[in-house]
Ligand binder design. Structure first.
Ligand SMILES: Nc1ncnc2c1ncn2[C@@H]1O[C@H](COP(=O)(O)OP(=O)(O)OP(=O)(O)O)[C@@H](O)[C@H]1O
Length: 229
């Protein structure tokens, strides 16, 4: 039986006076793939940002390996091996692909190039190119490569397939499947065939509240999850 790598309990989060998450509780086991689905504005990104330390919640606990992450700065959480891949695919445009990749593990100085170049051989060719010139798919490879270069234990991935060609979506699906050998993943995703194809569990959010925790294998299907979108 795997141990939990993340336990979020009673999370309430706001932007100023506007409350966005209401008493959200989730848990993620080691090497588990957890999907998070919901309509636009449901609070999925806010949940990931809260775990990653980019937004300090009003109340609740977020515990990983016995450490409460609430109140910790984002860089401390990243150094604990919890890597956040935001939706916006922002890269440092004037830095090369190599420099962008290395920045993610700069603090720890621990670079594990093998999985990055095995999963994304195309990055080898692009290594000296300025990141600002990359296509959307190449940027996503860079974002994921940057997160896995430092041997993460948990990846928080926000809508990784948004706007990408079907061949890249299939590739990313294979990458996430392989990554679970060494890390747990929480993936926010609107592409139900993609997330249902790899998730062990799905959480559905609506208007900041948890509507469902779907764990039965035969219910982790696009048809079953569709009403939550
Ligand atoms: N920086 C911010 N300041 C104020 N309100 C915000 C901010 N970011 C998000 N919100 C609001 O919080 C709510 C939840 O947004 P969030 O981005 O978490 O939803 P989401 O489920 O990820 O949506 P989407 O699928 O559209 O990305 C929305 O009503 C949004 O307008």
């Amino acid at each position: 039986m795997s141990k939990p790598i993340l336990v979020v309990n009673g999370l309430n989060a706001s932007y100023g006076e506007s409350k966005v998450l209401f008493d959200v509780s989730i848990d993620v086991l080691d090497k588990q793939v957890v999907g998070c689905v919901g309509r636009n504005g449901a609070g999925k990104s806010t949940l990931l940002k809260s775990i990653a330390g980019f937004l300090h919640p009003r109340s609740g606990t977020i515990v990983s390996d016995g450490v409460d992450l609430v109140g910790q700065p984002a860089y401390t959480i990243a150094n604990l091996g919890i890597k956040y891949i935001p939706q916006d695919k922002k890269v440092f445009s004037d830095l090369t692909v190599r420099e962008n990749l290395e920045l993610g593990s700069y603090a720890s100085g621990d670079y594990d190039w093998d999985p990055v170049l095995t999963f994304f051989p195309k990055l080898k060719v692009l290594m000296d190119r300025k990141a600002g010139y990359l296509s959307g798919g190449e940027r996503q490879m860079l974002m994921i490569g940057r997160a896995i270069l430092g041997r993460p234990k948990l990846l928080l991935v926000d809508e990784p397939t948004e706007g990408l060609a079907p061949s890249i979506v299939t590739h990313l699906k294979d990458v996430f499947r392989e990554l679970r050998r060494s890390a747990a993943l929480v993936i926010v995703e609107q592409n139900l065939p993609m997330i249902c194809g790899i998730a062990d569990k799905i959480y559905a959010l609506n208007e900041g509240r948890l509507m469902a925790e779907i764990t039965e294998r035969d219910k982790i299907t696009p048809e079953y999850c569709e009403p939550y979108l």
